[in-house]
Design a protein around this ligand. Structure first.
Ligand SMILES: Nc1ncnc2c1ncn2[C@@H]1O[C@H](COP(=O)(O)OP(=O)(O)O)[C@@H](O)[C@H]1O
Ligand SMILES: CC(C)(COP(=O)(O)O)[C@@H](O)C(=O)NCCC(=O)O
Ligand SMILES: [K+]
Length: 243
């Protein structure tokens, strides 16, 4: 049984897979991670393999615990990957983006795929049908936009994420929600349109913490899959480790 540890900049996602079957996801942060891991080990005594992908903060004691309790793979920029990486700075490419491209190779091989991960940041990653990863884009995520407006002004409140009722915001709250949410939706639709002009047969995946919230409102036709990164990590784990 496999334990997947995805450390993002906002949340830590822990997933249990039995071969390719996702059994459960638990959410943690850097304060609760050790407790959550110990409980998972109790609940799933058959967990033996683990993989960590981190672009965020993970304490050494958590890594030590994982190393003691599991046969541990740590994904880094030297891990063998099943695609040709044409990023000009492969050593600085986000580990989460590498895992997303692995998931794409596994699930959509020989297709032009644009993966959009709406998490702390919104990342765009493109892999062509010749199995070459070309790169993409990084922009601020939904919560980051709310926080930036609040932190960098004197008068703007910090709001909860909320779908605006109309494009014309007729109050401060309405204007902020409209600016952020329609800003993100139009950014995503616009970027999809630009890629679609370059690649006629384009498969689009939307994932990350805001995927479900955003997917219903997008004009473009996309596959929304919140678990895409976890599936990619499980694939890497199964292909780098022999049980
Ligand atoms: N319960 C939640 N807790 C935190 N963020 C959430 C939650 N539900 C949705 N979100 C949104 O998801 C984003 C985090 O997505 P996630 O993919 O977990 O990010 P990361 O991998 O960067 O940690 C937040 O920025 C927020 O906009
Ligand atoms: C862009 C990111 C901060 C996204 O992080 P996330 O939103 O998943 O928490 C991460 O992929 C990262 O640190 N990337 C390094 C720079 C690069 O990919 O080129
Ligand atoms: K992201």
């Amino acid at each position: 049984m496999n334990l997947i540890v995805d450390v993002g900049n906002t949340r830590i996602k822990l997933a249990v897979f039995d071969k390719n079957r996702l059994l459960e996801i638990r959410i943690a942060d850097s304060f609760t991670i050790l407790e959550t891991l110990k409980q998972l080990k109790l609940d799933y005594p058959k967990l033996n393999l683990a993989i960590v992908s981190s672009v965020g903060y993970l304490q050494d004691k958590v890594l030590q615990y994982l190393g003691l309790q599991f046969e541990l793979t740590i994904l880094d920029n030297n891990t063998k990957v099943p695609f040709t990486n044409l990023y000009a700075t492969p050593k600085t490419l986000g580990i989460d983006r590498i895992a997303l491209v692995c998931a794409s190779v596994q699930q959509f091989s020989q297709k032009n795929v644009l993966i959009i991960d709406a998490g702390t940041c919104i990342t765009y990653d493109f892999i062509n049908k010749d199995n070459e990863y070309l790169g993409g884009a990084i922009s601020p995520g939904v919560r980051m936009r709310y926080e930036a407006l609040h932190n960098q002004t004197a008068n703007l409140p910090l709001l909860e994420t909320e779908m605006p009722i109309q494009i014309i915001g007729n109050s401060t709250i309405g204007s902020i929600n409209s600016g952020i949410i329609y800003g993100v939706l139009n950014e995503i639709d616009g970027i999809i349109e630009q890629y679609s002009a370059l690649y006629l047969d384009l498969t689009i995946i939307l994932t990350g913490g805001d995927a479900n919230f955003l997917s219903k409102q997008l004009k473009s036709s996309i596959f929304a899959n919140s678990n895409f990164l976890l599936e990619g990590l499980n694939y890497i784990l199964q292909h780098n480790t022999v049980e």
